[in-house]
Design a protein around this ligand. Sequence first.
Ligand SMILES: [Zn+2]
Ligand SMILES: [Zn+2]
Length: 372
Amino acid sequence: MSTKRDYYDILGVGRQASDAELKSAYRKLALQFHPDRNPGDQSAEEKFKEAAEAYEVLRDPRKRQIYDQYGHAGLEGTGFTGFGGFEDIFSNFGSIFEDLFGIRGNRHGTRGRAQRGSDLRYDLRLSFMEAVFGVEKSLEVEKRETCAVCGGTGCEPGTQPETCGQCQGSGQVTRSQGFFTLRTTCPRCRGTGQIINTPCGHCRGVGQVNTMRRVSVKIPAGVDTGSRLRLAGEGEAGSAGGPPGDLYVVIHVEPHDFFKREGRDVICQVPVSMVQATLGGEIKVPTLDGEKPLQIPKGTQFGDVFRFRNAGIPSLRNGDRGDQIIQVLVRTPTSLNRKQENLLRQFADIEAGKLGSKLKNMLKGGGAKAAN
Ligand SMILES: [Zn+2]
Ligand SMILES: [Zn+2]
């Protein structure tokens, strides 16, 4: 990890590269070093992985910003630590590959061979408080699962598939066209080498059925919009004995009426009366953990900021909490009774003496010089 190359160097683009430039640079490298084109070539495999990782980071504006600012070390804090191997890349990159090459997640070609199931994405909305403190959720996920009646073979129980007569079970046929001999996937069995004469009545011979499944997921405290949780093996069933895909839960956090989030800090604004601000005193402030008293000093100004340490949002990594930042908004009274108004007028008369001399100085001196 420590000797990683610069992501921009890997893709051969400048630091200001646009999304389109990144994509086109990555596409070129991915095609050049793709494992299907370089079977058994270790250095091509490394380059392919390197390019995939660089693109994965730079295409994501948030990760790119972290990388630009803190380099590789910064990304380790986000939980992104590169890719382990090919399967890993392909499981993460289903959408990129679809996007780039117009293919769906699997690269294992023909039917009949074991294929990993597709990954699924579930967009989960959480309330602000659920995201702050974590929550357990039960998700209803529709996915393809292996047919329980035929066990995925597609044959009615008690019957057997027949060997395809057109390709003799190889799944491929050769055709001659002039000087050329073309090998193509057998059109009759579509590459499986077998023909199902008595399809399973439950899945109509597909071997898989769409099922609604309840999946329980523990959301850790401190997630934010864009956080992604991977539930291994909860994606769609693989075919012909292949492993299932994964389920990615993508978090969307609803805004709160009162609290705003900034990283691990939570920010709120509290109204106080003009008199409270002037004389100082204790006010009540809502926090993530309930109401707490806050002492504001004499002469508090509009917009003054106070802080409760460790009353913010827990870090996903170690649970350490940020702070709560409280901004005071001083309210001018709008409906005074006669007595209040009279008192304020008396107050104003006393003030006028002080302010009056200050104002006179300002008018005499003119401008900023006399203002102090
Ligand atoms: Zn079936
Ligand atoms: Zn065939």
